[in-house]
Design a protein around this ligand. Sequence first.
Ligand SMILES: NC(=O)c1ccc[n+]([C@@H]2O[C@H](COP(=O)([O-])OP(=O)(O)OC[C@H]3O[C@@H](n4cnc5c(N)ncnc54)[C@H](O)[C@@H]3O)[C@@H](O)[C@H]2O)c1
Ligand SMILES: [Zn+2]
Length: 704
Amino acid sequence: MSSDIQQRINALTEQLHHLNYQYYQRDESEVSDQEFDALLAELARLEAEYPQFAQPNSPTQRVGGTITKQFPSAEHRYPMLSLGNTYSEADLREFDERVRKGLEGAEMQYVCELKFDGVAMSLSYENGQLTQGVTRGDSTRGDVVTSNVRTIRNLPLHLRPAGPAQPTEFEVRGEIFMPLPVFEELNEEREANGEALLANPRNAASGALKLQDSAQVAARKLRFYAYAFLMPGRSQFATHSASLEALSTWGLPVSDTWRRCATIEQVLDFVHEWDKKRFGLPVATDGIVIKVDDFRQQELLGYTSKSPRWAIAYKYPAEAGRTRLQAIQYQVGRTGAVTPVALLEPVPLAGTVVKRASLHNANQIAALDLRLGDMVFVEKGGEIIPKITGVDLEARPTGSQPIVYPTECPACGTPLIRPEGEAHFRCPNDRGCPPQRKAKLEHFISRKALDIDGLGAETVGRLFDLDFVTDAASLYELPAKAAELAQLERMGEKSVQRLVAGLEASKQVPFDRVLFGLGIRYVGETVADKLATHYRTVEALAAATAPELAAVPEVGGVIAESAAAWFQEPANQDLLERLRAAGVQLALTGEAPQPQSDRLAGLTFVLSGVFEQHSRDELQHLIEQHGGKITGSISKKLSYLVAGDKMGPAKREKATSLKVPIIGETDLMAMLPAASESLAPPTSEASAAPAHPAPGTLTQGSLF
Ligand SMILES: NC(=O)c1ccc[n+]([C@@H]2O[C@H](COP(=O)([O-])OP(=O)(O)OC[C@H]3O[C@@H](n4cnc5c(N)ncnc54)[C@H](O)[C@@H]3O)[C@@H](O)[C@H]2O)c1
Ligand SMILES: [Zn+2]
């Protein structure tokens, strides 16, 4: 008996450590939050009953996150704890009783706030200036991500000197999140690029904050809501609510959804009120946070090792429904990935009517043992796309057969393949498969690519179906068919004129957007921009080998392989020729930056680790400005490995064994002509950069 319990405790401990690691380090949720919390609650119960088996580092005793190796870390002045949580109203009443007992019946108030589902952030302000942003980390130390935080548009870098006096130094805590429309757009883009979708906005925000290049972080359009104020010594405010009001006056974004509540009944009213209303907010929420308002009363109640005793989170359970699976549709995307989509009898769920659910891939269909006509359970929680969580076996129609995943492309009949390590089946017929070709055209004309005025996704699809266009280059033959086009229903002369003008104008669209529009797998907007800036012409780009491409910042090995393979294809070379003949931009115009010297001519460099005085982009730029070359991998021919902080040991070993000299940032700078040390690379916008970066601030990329 007792050894069974010990085993269960050990198994739970191990599983929870693993889930924590996936969640905090890799931004992946293998189970729903509700399942996670149930496991954690079970472990806490067992440990309370059998303390002799509890492990000292148990997930019940510690805040889940850790610091990463990618950023400098800093100690929190006040530990950043977690929140006790519950899914039940009965627990909220118990919390209220505990609080009132702890305060010996003294008069008290609560503040109810929405629980925003993002990443907790501690911000330091000194003399009204933002000086530092640190993640929660392991609750005592977190990652310093100040330059990433500075990209958050609704976060003031300087406070307004209005309202109550500001202490010289104070800390603001709040949640960094990705607004829902941004999240949806990002996922659409990922889908179009054939990349894995992000499960929820929390993971997306957390992942964005861990990026090394602030310019990329800025593109993720993160936002911030403040929910706590801390200052050294006794707070200048008597209550939490007074501090929230002050933060607002100083210009910090505080969501105006919070409310003071005098009784637990009022708290429950708030909980019920927001149960559905929260789906109308542009930010993901997963519950309500209830806090004792008075700071002295908070102090009296104190803390456990993991969370304050004066606050609790009520989490809304994921909304679940039961409905019938009517059919499965297999969609073929731009890159040939086949995605099964469940078509459901419409069912109301979490504020919307759900008719479709994602099924991810063949594995999931098999794991669920889905059959057509099954009654299935659908859930819509933190995940935006509803998912099927199980089958009601009791209600299974007799004689139903397991779903057989197609072995051939539903659109073109080509046998599907499943590349090793990938979850999706793909149709390899990328040039013949109609939905793939159509999606490529849609991508080419889309807003971020050629943005052709007078031509939308629907029209281009129709023109494709009617054989007016076959690929991107054929669009430019449309003016010659103007008369025929004008005969089409819903077209007319005016629309044709506009389309012709739009095509003409698209010939001025710069090369980087054309490159993005080509729809090379993994070459998204940012990568296209980096490649175009680096190589300037399509010839130079097409001539680059995969390892050379991989050395361009932001371009990893997978992207490089994919791009190099694309340019090798004769059919793609032909497409480029036809685009060129049509007059589309296949090179950047304007002056290329002139080299400053040839001091490093003939030398090759690998940059690795984090550098102190310059970002990696800046160092790369300097090397190239002086005639040197950057490559991606360490070989015998490499001239220098430039090592920064936290370079992996494998790189060091390899360089040593191949006798490649390892130098530091200062050695590299010493190799350059003296004046260049003050050279400002074009990427760092001197005007937007903080005048006095705080110590520990990363100097990376551009800030805007
Ligand atoms: N699915 C998984 O595999 C998995 C794994 C680990 C953790 N989790 C989830 O994460 C939770 C644990 O994470 P946690 O410790 O960050 O706790 P939490 O996210 O449940 O609550 C604490 C956090 O709430 C946030 N918050 C949002 N609005 C707030 C407000 N108005 N006031 C105060 N805080 C506010 C803060 O970021 C704070 O750090 C678990 O309960 C579980 O649901 C899931
Ligand atoms: Zn196909």
